[in-house]
Each structure stands twice: as C-alpha cells, then as structure tokens.
Design a protein around this ligand. Structure first.
Ligand code: DGL
Length: 278
C-alpha cells in the first residue's frame, strides 16, 4: 500500500464535482482525496474546446504534481471537451502510469438500468451538448439496440447554482422551460441523464417539472460505484492510492467564498486553500 500521500484527484470547474466527491467519500472511506475547483474560471459550459482543454490540462498537471496517481474529471464539460485528448495525447508524454477518467462513460454504462423504451433525454451545459459526447457514447454502448437520444442545453442552470439562486423563482422558470423543451422534442422519453455535476443541487426543482414515471439518472452514485469497480479491477492502481482518510480542498477563487458555498454541496464545513492554475 502507498506510504506517501497519493490521493485520488477530483476536478471540477467549480462546486459541482463536490456532488461526486460526496459519494466517493461514502463508498471509499479511508482513501485520500484532493478536490480542486477552478471556481475563478467557472463556468466552463460556454467556453470553447481549446480553452476547456487548456484549463483542464492545467488542473490535471497540478493534481499530478500534488501526488495524485489517478484523477477523475468530475465535470461533464471537461470530460466532453478535454478527456479524450488528455488520455490519448498528453498522458503518454506526461506519465503513462497515471490515469485520468471522466463522468460520461459511467453514466452511459448505467443507462440500461433506467430506460425501458430506449428514449433517453440529456440535460447538460451548452459545451457538453455541442460536443455530442452523450449521443456518441450512448450509440457505442447500445451496440445494435436503437437508442433515441434528445439533448437540451441548459446554459443558465450552472450560473444559478454557482450564484446561490437555487431557491429563487428565476430558477423555477428556467428549469421548467428547459424540461418542457426536452419533453416536447421527444414525448416518449422515459429517462433523463442529469449530464452536469451541478444539477443534483437543483433536484427538488427538477422533480417538480419532470412527470412521475420518468427516471432521473444522477451521476454521483453511478460514477462512484464505477470507481469502486475500477479500483478492484486495477489492484496496481488501488495499491498506489494512499489511504489515510485525508481530504484536501483547493480552489482558484477566494477560500472563504469557496468554503461557504462548498458546505452546501458536501453537507459539512470544510477548510480550503487557494491555488493558481497556469
Ligand atoms: N459541473 C460541470 C459539468 O458537469 C459544468 C459546470 C460549468 O459549466 O463549468 O458540466
């Protein structure tokens, strides 16, 4: 077992990845983690491919420098726009022994437990939707099966969450509008992937506008159970992950603001440190 501090890195553009980390802490108690939120440059959703890739690569390099043998991009936008490039082009040069994983594949691989008729809705940031990552991955996963995927970009949802507007009437307006658009585009949808790690925070509002009978796939639990599976299938990586139960939080924004908002996401008070990504 690793004797040095070799935590699992969890990266998001802001606070959303905390909804994933929360499940990791439940399922992998005793493992060490570093959470890094690029709050100063969030949201990533409207940013171009090049910029999301550049920022995500900076974060991955930083997490490697901090000792992480494994980094999870707990952000759909970063997974959609940067993961493949990093895995295929950067990792072999930086360190082929380390791993970077995302959140889209785990959600796609779990959709069979949710849909009965193959009509799947995706709610995500503009970046995730434009990348077409979900339809592409769902088609690969489905093999010959017919999966009808309909996407709706919700560009306002992340700013509403990041600005603490979860309970405001404005949030209800935008959530209702985007869900209506999605279900009008395909009235047969029987399951919806919440394709953004910020969206679980909006669940009470989302549930108000999604008819009963439509299943909602939240990523936290499925990503976490896939990580547990990954570690048990890769004992060499599991051995490298240190296990002293330490969790360190870093943000590119002001620590006090981060700590105050992060507590809502993770459900307890935390301490953080500011770092600069470049
Ligand atoms: N949490 C990120 C995701 O899952 C997006 C937030 C952002 O736009 O920065 O897509």
């Amino acid at each position: 077992m690793a004797s040095k501090f070799q935590p699992i890195g969890v990266f998001d553009s802001g606070y959303g990845g905390l909804t994933i980390l929360k499940e990791f802490l439940n399922d992998l108690p005793g493992y060490d983690f570093i959470y890094l939120g690029d709050n100063a440059r969030a949201p990533y959703g409207p940013r171009s491919f090049e910029v999301v890739y550049e920022y995500t690569l900076q974060a991955v390099k930083k997490l490697f420098e901090m000792g992480c043998p494994l980094v999870i991009l707990a952000c759909n936008t970063a997974s959609a726009k940067a993961l493949r490039n990093i895995q295929q082009n950067d990792l072999p040069k930086i360190d082929p022994e380390r791993r970077v994983l995302g959140v889209i594949r785990p959600a796609v691989e779990s959709i069979g437990d949710y849909t009965r008729n193959g009509h799947v809705g995706i709610l995500g940031t503009a970046g995730t939707v434009l990348s077409n990552s979900y339809p592409i991955e769902l088609e690969k996963w489905a093999g010959g099966m017919v999966i009808q995927t309909t996407q709706e970009a919700c560009p306002i949802w992340v700013p509403l969450v990041e600005n603490n507007e979860i309970d405001s009437p404005g949030t209800e307006y935008f959530v209702a509008k985007n869900i209506r658009n999605l279900l009008t585009a395909d009235p047969e949808i029987d399951s919806i992937i919440l394709g953004c790690t910020h969206y679980p925070l909006l669940l009470p509002v989302i549930r108000k506008f999604v008819p009963e009978g439509i299943q909602l796939l939240e990523q936290g639990k499925v990503v976490s159970s896939k990580l547990v599976e990954y570690l048990s299938n890769h004992p060499e990586m599991d051995d490298r992950c240190s296990k002293s139960g330490q969790v360190n939080y870093y943000t590119t924004e002001n620590e006090e603001i981060f700590e105050k908002n992060a507590a809502t996401f993770i459900g307890r008070a935390i301490k953080s440190e500011k770092i600069i990504l470049k």
